[in-house]
Design a protein around this ligand. Structure first.
Ligand SMILES: [Zn+2]
Length: 126
């Protein structure tokens, strides 16, 4: 069986250890409990809160992703559609607002993928 890559697993917001269960309770378009993560993996039991304040580091990842997203989309929109700087800026802010929740979740997913290694023999705890 082909192993899913770390980036693919992070993009899919899966458990970094078993890559079989989700990090979050609800799908992203269900706005209920948007920020609530599971405390442990429902498949392998991996703890998702490695230490108190573990996800503060994810804010830096979120900052980097948001910055690049804004910068790239600004120049693409500005030069593809020949809009004014302020109009382009408004559209970019709207785009960032649309992808904000995914960036939030993806940053946390990347952060935990840095610290927890994939274990292809992870056992189901149930
Ligand atoms: Zn797991």
């Amino acid at each position: 069986m082909k192993k899913a890559g770390m980036l693919t697993s992070a993009l899919k917001l899966e458990c970094p250890k078993c890559r079989k269960a989700d990090l979050f309770y609800f799908p992203i378009l269900k706005f209920k409990k948007m920020y609530t993560m599971k405390s442990t993996c429902s498949y392998c039991g991996q703890n998702f809160n490695l230490e108190p304040g573990f996800y503060y580091g994810a804010m830096f990842i979120s900052y980097i992703i948001s910055s690049f997203f804004m910068l790239i989309s600004f120049f693409v929109i500005k030069f593809a559609f020949q809009l004014s700087t302020w109009r382009t800026f408004g559209i970019v802010l709207l785009l960032v607002a649309l992808v904000y929740f995914y960036i939030f979740r993806f940053s946390r997913s990347i952060w935990i993928h840095f610290f927890v290694d994939y274990d292809e023999n992870a056992k189901n705890i149930q």
